[in-house]
Design a protein around this ligand. Structure first.
Ligand SMILES: *Cc1c(COP(=O)(O)O)cnc(C)c1O
Length: 398
């Protein structure tokens, strides 16, 4: 399937991804297998999506039984699993209402739309502007790439959607420019994922939230990568002791079944009424069932408590590795959203980890290695990954 010399695949699929030259056919827990039955330890979790590991039993059983009942029926009817999933999300968060869609970008589209509609229909103002941050990532649709503070993602797509303004991240001085007359919301990641695994500074976040609350500007947190247990709590905003007005969720919500959502407080949620937003597939019976089983599994077991212990262990071992490894400049992130800033090119380490050690990890930008273990990984797997990482940094090609 792959050209042995170039590692490239002959493909009719548009080349929008720099794909790694392996094709996976099976996954179980923390492992995936390629076409030749070669096993890999998957510390990418399908980019922060398979947070319960691959093919988690509870979600599998739930989807299987739903498969025999009803796949799709449109949002013109009440969907019981969707109601239950919304109730579960509300029960475990500070929010009151949920809108379902199919992906992260769509969730952010919904956030952008509800913010504008809240300003224009509920508050009867002419505010429209949404402030986002440099190096952020909010998706690939026209509005969400316009919200994204990275020119490389916007290149060639002019004209961008108007109404976004970007500020430097974690910069307290720049907060003086946070709010203008036309500003209706601020959209931010509390750990920037694609932009290099950069956690938000607590004090900066608190100042930002206070400014927003004082000026009736919505605080919207993009939890697409940080959510569904990735950092040790269901959502990372809990760690910052803030109450956003809106969060966007996707990736981990369906354990790999496509589903996205926004969660909002009542006063904001009322900006969406019949006809103001919609999606054919959003929260359909299969997707909502996957989401419900995922959130139930996460919240009704010791999974998060145990994950937090494993996170603490991995972090302390990684810090030990970093202190002995001159190629490592910094380790940063939160929980199982880990960035290792290296002196060289991150992709070289990632390639070596895959080829020589059957360990799958990612990059986030040019010089940051990104590691996203499933929350269900074991201490033995962590030790194995640590040994492999050590070997990668030791220039060991074996
Ligand atoms: C992945 C991601 C998105 C986009 O999600 P898609 O499902 O790919 O549209 C948006 N925001 C953040 C923070 C993400 O990590």
């Amino acid at each position: 399937m792959f050209d042995v010399l170039t590692d490239k695949i002959n493909s009719c699929v548009m080349p929008t991804y720099n794909r790694f030259p392996i094709a996976l056919k099976k996954g179980k827990g923390s492992y995936v297998w390629d076409q030749e039955d070669k096993a890999y330890l998957d510390y990418t979790s399908g980019i922060a999506t398979c947070n319960l590991g691959h093919v988690p039993a509870t979600v599998k059983v739930a989807i299987e039984s739903q498969l025999n009942e009803l796949w799709h029926c449109s949002n013109l009817y009440t969907i019981p699993s969707q109601e239950q999933l919304a109730n579960k999300l509300v029960e475990h968060t500070v929010f009151d209402q949920v809108f379902f869609c199919n992906s992260g970008a769509e969730a952010n589209e919904a956030a952008i739309k509800i913010a504008r509609r809240y300003a224009q229909e509920i508050n009867q103002s002419n505010k429209y502007e949404i402030v986002t941050f440099n190096q952020s990532f909010h998706g690939r649709t026209l509005a969400t790439l316009s919200a994204t503070g990275q020119t490389k993602i916007q290149a060639g797509f002019n004209p961008l959607t108007p109404g976004f303004r970007y500020l430097p991240y974690n910069d307290r001085k720049a907060l003086k420019d946070l709010i203008r007359q036309e500003t209706c919301a601020v959209l931010l990641e509390l750990v920037q994922g694609e932009g290099g695994v950069v956690p938000a500074d607590q004090i900066w976040v608190h100042e930002l939230v206070r400014l927003c609350k004082d000026n009736d500007v919505l605080v919207m947190v993009d939890e697409i990568q940080t959510g569904i247990g990735r950092t040790g709590s269901l959502f990372v905003y809990e760690n910052y002791q803030i109450e956003p007005d809106v969060i966007s969720v996707a990736k981990g919500l369906g354990s790999g079944f496509p589903i996205g959502a926004i969660l909002a407080k009542n006063d904001v949620a009322k900006a969406f009424q019949p006809g103001s937003h919609g999606s054919t597939f959003g929260g359909n019976p299969l997707a909502a069932t996957a989401g419900l089983a995922t959130v139930q599994t996460m919240m009704q077991t010791d999974l998060l408590t145990e994950a937090k212990q494993k996170m603490a262990y991995f972090w302390s071992e990684l810090k030990g590795l970093a202190s002995k490894t001159p190629e490592i400049k910094q380790i940063r992130g939160k929980g199982f959203l880990i960035g290792i800033e290296v002196k060289g090119k991150a992709i070289d380490y990632v390639t070596k980890a895959r080829k020589a050690h059957q360990l799958l990890i990612l990059v986030a930008g040019d010089n940051v290695i990104r590691i996203l273990p499933p929350l269900t990984t074991t201490k033995e797997e962590i030790d194995y990954a640590l040994a492999k990482l050590k070997a990668v940094f030791e220039n060991d090609n074996g």
